[in-house]
Design a protein around this ligand. Structure first.
Ligand SMILES: *Cc1c(COP(=O)(O)O)cnc(C)c1O
Length: 392
């Protein structure tokens, strides 16, 4: 017996559920790429990305996923032989660093751990030790989608400042932009990047980069620049230069609609919705953990992301299969060091209470059906929490 007829629900951290309005926005013919409407679409998105990143710096739109946007950031500010410092808190900053290494950049890794966030004091110490200022950039993710760690970007920015180090501060916000507060200028970030398919509720295919004036200054002498990603080319006055060729018209229609929806809800409410739904997930996991089999991957409560929760558990495959095959809920697998040792519940983007409570209900049903020891009443704890927080 299965109970999966109906809409399948993707609870993975990207691509995320897209609003029907976003899907519908693409169902139309392309614009003339020389028309005023097209030019306005481009400039409107570039401006609004500045609002989402909270920067007065320049923004760029690439036809790329997150990996492509990583490459866009690296090529624009680095040269072969430069050294960078990569802050480890899971898989993604190190992945970004590996891309840099392939391009001939020397990578120093600040060793972290998969079960905690980065310690700003360790960042400061590493930078103070670099007395000759060989490190050209510091790379970090706001949310590590593999470990579920949330890094305090503001505190890391302050650590860089108090070390008095001139390295560029580069932040990956793929798994957090449009879900959690991000303050590029206020936090002293020089280069930020993200992608369309997670909190920004749009099909995969657009990569976003924002650059501070200081980053654009460093860019002038960067040796790794390539024609498609190049900021100088894109800073030109002709509209086609904004895209280094044909614009990704339909993805832009979709992203326009998604940003309109975020602005209609207002960013503070979007962030609060994510916080509440994430906490509902955490309440349930906290109760299930009493069974002694599963537990949070991130040990400290305040270091857990509001966009994805990584749950450690031996052999999660049977649970994931049950949820998918019997109930039509697709959970995230453990990746990297957590492969086969964890699963993930995404709660980013176009999510609401029924989606989250439904997902939690299915996980609890799976735990029950498979006889996996767990504390009873996880979903009830989530409901009690939301019922208190969302007043009548
Ligand atoms: C998903 C993700 C990426 C990579 O994005 P792709 O679009 O899969 O290339 C990079 N960083 C973080 C934090 C992510 O969650």
């Amino acid at each position: 017996m299965v109970v999966r007829a109906g809409r399948e629900f993707l609870a993975i951290p990207g691509p995320t559920t897209m609003p029907d309005e976003v899907l519908r926005a693409m169902h139309r013919p392309p614009l003339d790429i020389y028309s005023d409407a097209m030019v306005q679409l481009t400039y409107g998105l570039l401006d609004d990305l500045g609002k989402i990143f909270a920067t007065k710096g320049k923004t760029y739109i690439y036809i790329a996923n997150g990996h492509g946007a990583w490459e866009a950031t690296l090529t624009n500010v680095l040269s072969r032989g430069d050294k960078i410092l990569v802050l480890e808190s899971g898989r993604f900053a190190t992945g970004w660093g590996n891309a840099a290494r392939m391009m001939g950049v020397e990578v120093q890794r600040l060793k972290g751990d998969w079960n905690r966030a980065i310690r700003p004091a360790e960042v400061e110490a590493a930078l103070r030790a670099d007395t000759t200022h060989e490190i050209k950039a510091v790379l970090v993710v706001q949310v590590d989608t593999a470990s579920g760690a949330y890094n305090d970007i503001e505190a890391i920015g302050k650590a860089i400042k108090s070390a008095g180090h001139p390295a560029l501060f580069m932040v990956d916000a793929v798994a957090s932009l449009g879900c959690m507060p991000f303050e590029m200028d206020a936090w002293g970030i020089d280069v930020a990047m993200s992608a369309s398919q997670k909190g920004l509720m749009t099909p995969p295919g657009l990569g976003f980069v924002a650059a501070s004036d200081r980053a654009r200054d460093v860019h002038k002498s960067a040796g790794l620049r390539t024609p498609y990603f190049d900021w100088t080319e894109r800073d030109g006055n002709e509209h086609y230069q904004k895209h280094s060729g044909t614009a990704p018209v339909h993805l832009m229609f979709a992203q326009r609609q998604a940003l309109d929806m975020l602005f209609d809800e207002t960013l503070p409410n979007v962030f609060r919705r994510h916080r509440l739904l994430a906490e509902a997930v955490r309440r349930a996991v906290g109760v299930w953990a009493e069974g002694g089999v599963l537990d949070f991957n991130i040990v400290e409560a305040q270091q857990r992301a509001d966009t994805v929760t990584t749950i450690k558990m031996p052999n999660p495959a049977a649970l994931l299969t049950y949820c998918r095959e019997k109930c039509g809920v697709i959970l995230g697998v453990g990746i990297g060091d957590l492969h086969g040792k964890a699963f993930r519940i995404a709660h980013m983007g176009h999510v609401n209470a029924p989606m989250i409570l439904g997902t939690l209900g299915v996980v609890e049903m799976g735990l029950q059906a498979l006889g996996i020891p767990h504390g009873k009443g996880g979903v009830t704890a989530a409901i009690n929490y939301l019922g208190e927080q969302v007043a009548a």
